[in-house]
Design a protein around this ligand. Structure first.
Ligand code: TMO
Length: 318
């Protein structure tokens, strides 16, 4: 409620103030894509609220997190607020090459996305986090469905396409299963917790999980540029995907090339925006631990962090 009043007040100030901006934003809605992990949904609503408070119209659409780069290129959606290097670097790069979207700057956040385990797992498999310990420990991760092989519960298919290729390229005795949702990953860890059963799941940082379950990423052969395009890169000379994801990955914003002309003021704000790890982890926590829906989480986050976002608005004259 408080935010909506602020939004109305800000919109009034803009129209009353006259020529605060060099150019006016189009009244067409700025289409913001929403995906299937909490921080992205909350962040999208936070930024959408800021756009609305500048007088813009905003529309949210749920889209596939790989196909979205094609949608931005074509102008069907205006931007993407969380381009994670590990999961989406390849799709983003391909879309950049085809043209129509651009890199709208980095967030402060440093990201990592990879195979991960809660710390109790290491008691049973002390050779971790080295990936070379995985095969000797495979039996610890076996389930009735995987037989003698270990289970790695990977993220939903639209996050990373190459978990199975990684296991094959590094000759890992694991079955890679894609979870249906992020919630299935948390349920898998939660179910293992009472008996401290070893589990291996896809996880990422910044996320709420680090505050709930201390844990570590598996240390795979370090990411090298070209590991996903050139078999010679990485320890297996005949395979792609024989490296981990970047351990200090970027988190970028991306925008449709038409955005600066169509919504110059919203675009100027997009360029200012930069969230850090703690801020993004808090967005996820409000949904995944505190159980707020993403719209409520966005309003709460904004009420608690006005000192973070207000200066970005002021920097662009709002
Ligand atoms: C795409 N994700 C941040 C869930 O790894």
């Amino acid at each position: 409620m408080k935010i909506r009043n602020l939004a109305a007040a800000a919109a009034f100030a803009i129209s009353a103030g006259g020529a605060a901006f060099a150019a006016e934003d189009s009244s067409d809605p700025i289409v913001i894509p929403i995906h299937n992990w909490s921080s992205q949904i909350v962040m999208s609503h936070i930024v959408g609220n800021m756009f609305e408070s500048m007088g813009n119209n905003v529309e949210y659409v749920t889209t596939d997190s790989q196909a979205v780069y094609e949608s931005i290129r074509l102008g069907d959606v205006a931007l993407e607020l969380e381009v994670w290097e590990g999961a989406f670097g390849a799709s983003f790069r391909e879309a950049l090459e085809r043209g129509g979207l651009h890199d709208a700057g980095d967030h402060d956040a440093v990201t990592r996305e990879d195979w991960w385990y809660p710390m109790w797992t290491k008691d049973a498999c002390p050779g971790l986090p080295d990936w070379e310990a995985l095969n000797d420990c495979a039996h610890l991760f076996a389930t009735p469905e995987t037989g003698d092989q270990g289970l790695f519960l990977d993220g939903p298919v639209d996050w990373l396409k190459h978990g199975k290729e990684r296991a094959e390229a590094l000759d890992l005795n694991y079955v890679v299963v894609n979870a249906g949702s992020a919630a299935a990953l948390w349920a898998h860890i939660g179910a293992a917790e009472p008996d401290r059963t070893p589990v291996l799941v896809f996880n990422w940082t910044p996320n709420f999980a680090e505050a709930v379950w201390p844990g570590e990423f598996v240390e795979f052969p370090p990411w090298e540029e070209g590991c996903d395009t050139d078999p010679a890169v990485g320890p297996n000379p005949d395979a792609l995907h024989d490296c981990g994801n970047p351990a200090d990955g970027y988190l970028k914003k991306a925008a449709w090339d038409g955005m600066p002309d169509k919504w110059p003021n919203a675009y100027a704000l997009l360029k200012e925006i930069s969230f850090n790890n703690a801020q993004i982890a808090e967005m996820a926590k409000l949904v995944d631990i505190d159980d707020y829906d993403p719209e409520e989480a966005a309003e709460i986050w904004m009420e608690e962090n006005e000192d973070v976002w207000r200066p970005w608005m002021e920097a662009v004259g709002s």
